[in-house]
Design a protein around this ligand. Structure first.
Ligand code: SF4
Length: 490
């Protein structure tokens, strides 16, 4: 049996972990696999935050203005421009579909596509190809846990089934039934035309999985050799109201691997790919403090000389694993870049977001991490429902005051994500004090359109520009030399 696995996630800095796992699981079951990675044909991945150019400050202001202006015409033009700049533009789509057509000539028994909702048009064309060549097609990806999305995708001509959940445990059997065109309804999480089901329950036996197989990825196209790795799925906190990551296929509920299994994989991937750079893709690497500390303690022996980057949550637990001495030890174990969500420096706003952090602790963390020699990145949200100009100014001041201890800030305009806690709350129980109006769901982004009239006021816009200026001043600086291998990785 031979399966074509199409990786539309196509990140241009390192291989896609869920696809590497799918490949490993299939190969372990004796199933032949071929991987279509668009990057192999030069299709670029989605760009991430890098050092700001002098003119980016002005560009960011213009982009922001065009997003919040009351002028419908400007907003429509902006949407059209954004559409043209989506990660898979028509010329990239043509390359991907042409590549798939070539690979289908070798007659795979089935095609598996790993996609985000934004890849819908590409998937439409791949599905048409599969229909024309009579090859069954199974689609999955992080956002196929939302009913609206699954309903839409199962009706596409050429799509045999859509999988919601983490497929690894059942994948070989599911693929065998897919190829034999048997009824797939015995599998939890498999939706077929006319029968949409809830996602499969979260997968718990993570140590039972083989290590991800990245051998098919176009390593020569990556600027350096970074291996993705994950110690756990989900987030121990899982309460931030804006967060959709904890609703995705792998993000629902927190489960971790054993420390030995993780270290064993690091040793294996390092030797196989001759790599000394790792990116931990955990939503919150300090979720399980014992595992995090164990990792930091044992990495210097297991993988001396590696450098790595990770996301953490500076949460309010007595022991969150991010004390000054924890960070010093982590730096000695190779932690080079770290990112965390500030989201806002306004206490009432963070409370409304259920962020679960304190400003004092975040400020101490910024100083401690920087003094340990770690490059620090923050994310912030602009335009959270209920945000006032004073809240924005509080964040701008915090960033300016702590600029010596921050190397990058990712400023995200608030998006109401489908299925997030905010989405559920605003749809069913809108707060009278929060003047937002949720609208339709954009099926290409899984974003619920919403209008927030506060953002169009001159006072809020002026505060937003002050915040952008503070962010721009930080993002203009170069990263620490040792962190530059990870520039644009997060
Ligand atoms: S800490 Fe991060 S991953 Fe966890 S719920 Fe909050 S935003 Fe989501």
């Amino acid at each position: 049996m031979k399966i074509l696995v199409v990786d539309l996630n196509n990140f241009s800095r390192y291989p896609t972990l869920p696809v590497g796992l799918i490949v490993a699981v299939l190969r372990h079951a004796g199933i032949g696999v071929q991987v279509l990675s668009p990057l192999a044909r030069g299709v670029p991945g989605y760009p991430r935050l890098t050092r700001a150019k002098p003119w980016d400050g002005l560009l960011d202001r213009m982009k922001y203005w065009s997003a919040v202006t009351p002028s419908r015409r400007v907003r429509a033009l902006r949407r059209r421009a954004a559409d043209a700049l989506r990660p898979v533009d028509p010329s990239s789509r043509e390359v991907i579909v042409g590549y798939a057509r070539e690979l289908l000539e070798s007659r795979p028994d089935a095609v598996l596509v790993s996609a985000y909702t934004m890849h819908e048009r590409t998937c439409d064309e791949l599905a048409a190809l599969c229909a024309a060549t009579d090859v069954p097609l199974l689609i999955g990806g992080p956002y196929f846990s939302a009913r609206e999305i699954v309903e839409r995708w199962t009706t596409k001509p050429g799509v045999t089934a859509v999988y919601g959940g983490e497929p690894e445990a059942v994948l070989p059997a599911l693929v065998a039934d897919l190829v034999a065109r048997r009824d797939l309804s015995r599998y939890a999480g498999v939706s077929v035309p006319g029968r949409v089901v809830a996602p499969a329950p979260p997968l718990h036996e993570l140590d039972a999985l083989p290590f991800a197989d990245y051998t098919d990825f176009p390593w020569h196209r990556y600027p350096n050799r970074i291996v993705p790795i994950m110690t756990a799925r989900g987030c121990e906190w899982a309460r931030c109201r804006f967060c959709a990551d904890v609703r995705t296929a792998a993000g629902r509920s927190f489960r971790s691997r054993s420390l030995d299994d993780v270290l064993h994989e690091i040793r294996h991937q390092r030797a196989l790919h001759d790599a000394s750079l790792f990116v931990f893709l955990d939503l919150k690497l300090n979720s399980d403090v014992a595992l995090w500390r164990g990792l930091v303690d044992r990495l210097p022996d297991v993988a001396p000389g590696i450098r790595w980057t990770a996301s953490v949550h500076v949460d309010a637990r007595d022991e969150n694993g991010l004390s000054r001495s924890d960070l010093m030890r982590a730096a000695q174990a190779g932690l080079t870049r770290i990112t965390t969500g500030l989201e806002s420096a306004s206490e009432p706003l963070r409370k409304r977001m259920a962020k679960g952090t304190s400003l004092e602790r975040t400020a101490a963390y910024l100083r401690d991490a920087t003094e340990a020699g770690i490059s620090v990145r923050l994310t912030t949200i602009l335009g959270y429902p209920g945000e006032e100009p004073a809240d924005v100014d509080t964040t701008a001041r915090f960033l300016a005051d702590h600029a010596p201890w921050i190397e990058r800030v990712m400023l995200n305009r608030y998006t109401l994500m489908l299925d997030s806690d905010d989405d559920r709350r605003f749809r069913t129980d809108p707060l009278p004090s929060v003047p937002i109006r949720p609208g339709a769901v954009d099926p290409l982004t899984a974003i619920v359109e919403h209008e927030n009239p506060t953002l169009a006021t001159a006072a809020h816009r002026a505060a937003a520009y002050r915040l952008m200026a503070a962010v721009h001043a930080i993002n203009r600086r170069p990263l620490l030399p040792k962190a530059q291998d990870f520039e644009g990785v997060m």
